[in-house]
Design a protein around this ligand. Structure first.
Ligand code: ADP
Length: 360
């Protein structure tokens, strides 16, 4: 049984605007789903319906086997307080309550306020020394972390996040995404609205909306793996260029463009990241070695066999390299007689097929 089942959701505002039109999908327990789409496509409307903040004009939502439409207002409020943790872009903190009191207020709506537990939650998000600050005395990133603590205080099964990093700088974005990753790992179900593909990539599945219609449901497909291979290759190149095993992340344009994917790679223990410097873990280095080898062999193939011009090699190799299986890569290596360098002179890491002493 899915954790959430949405069927035929339509939401109209007045007679002319349909923010959602006949949207159906389901979310499994423990899944992390990104709801994506341009501004005005209905993402926030959908999230509000899933969280019981609003009711659909048509259609049904079954959450943990219970139809939200059948719940009277008081029980819908109980569903929100007990089952759902909200993280909004605009924070929605009570301005005259301290960080601690904001978290304790959420506890109070659920059952009983417990100060020690609330302090622990704020300490967990790195705000143990900001308990008595008012929201106006906290930075945007700190306010968002109070929201994360507040969303989690009642151990909700479902976390709904609406552009959770929309207003944050990169450091706080990384902190908040790290907290969401941790929650996902602990088994919470997360539905997250974002228009940022880099943030969306952290999820396992994507639902896309356009003009209120669901246009696509996709698992992050093999292009994700290709991107990881390309980024590992970029780290390899940076290492070759500098001769140092630690790479300055800020000097890599790929790092700036693909921050979330780098975090994913750190999560999967392909790279290590400390003090602004990247390094490979042994599995990451091995995977980069395979990717580099495949790319440089493909270049060699186009150069030696087809006589392709040097400046066309990279793009052409790039088009085929991700489809080369390990077996085919070995065959190419043998066919080319185990070359040591690519046509640009960079070393080709040797493979298992290479006789000892060949290659780089
Ligand atoms: P997104 O989150 O993708 O930016 P929204 O769900 O906020 O999109 O909005 C979808 C559409 O519904 C937009 O055209 C928006 O103007 C409209 N809309 C949203 N909320 C209301 C409301 N309370 N009253 C009238 N129109 C609304």
């Amino acid at each position: 049984m899915p954790f959430i089942e949405a069927r035929g959701l339509t939401k109209r505002y007045g007679s002319s605007i349909a923010a959602l039109r006949d949207v159906s999908f389901s979310v499994g327990k423990g899944e992390w789903v990104a709801v994506m789409g341009p501004s005005g496509s209905g993402k926030s409307t959908l999230l509000n319906l899933l969280g019981g903040l609003d009711r659909p004009s048509e259609g049904t939502i079954i959450a943990e086997g219970q139809s939200l439409a059948d719940l009277p207002a008081s029980e819908l409020a109980r569903f929100r307080a007990e089952k759902v943790g909200f993280i909004f872009q605009q924070f929605h903190l009570v301005p005259y309550l301290t960080a601690l009191e904001n978290v304790m207020l959420a506890q109070y709506f659920h059952s009983l306020a417990d100060e020690a537990e609330a302090i622990q939650a704020l300490t967990h998000v790195g705000l143990g020394d900001r308990l008595d600050h008012l929201p106006s005395e906290l930075s945007g990133g700190e306010q968002q972390r109070v929201c994360v603590a507040r969303a989690l205080i009642n151990q909700p099964n479902l976390i709904l996040a609406d552009e959770p990093t929309g207003n944050l700088d990169e450091v706080n974005e990384a902190l908040v995404m790290g907290l969401l990753t941790e929650l996902h790992r602990e088994g919470h179900t997360i539905v997250m609205v974002t228009h940022d593909p880099e943030i969306g990539r952290m999820a396992e599945r994507r639902i896309e909306l356009h003009h209120g219609r669901l246009t696509e449901v996709s698992f992050f497909p093999s292009h994700e793996e290709e991107l990881i291979d390309n980024l590992l290759s970029a780290v390899w190149h940076a290492r070759e260029d500098t001769g140092a095993s630690l790479v300055d992340a800020g000097a890599m344009p790929e790092f700036i463009e693909s921050r979330a994917t780098f975090r994913l790679m750190a999560r999967e223990e392909l790279i290590a990241f400390a003090d602004g410097r990247l390094s490979f873990t042994p599995p990451g280095e091995q995977r980069a070695r395979i990717a580099i080898r495949r790319h440089r062999l493909a270049e060699r193939l186009f150069y030696d066999t087809f006589g392709l011009e040097e400046d066309l090699l990279h793009d052409n190799a790039h088009k085929i390299e991700h489809s080369l299986s390990p077996e085919v890569t070995e065959k190419i290596c043998k066919f080319l007689n185990h070359p040591r360098t690519c046509p640009h002179g960079s070393p080709i890491p040797p493979g298992a097929c290479c006789p000892p002493g060949t290659g780089a």
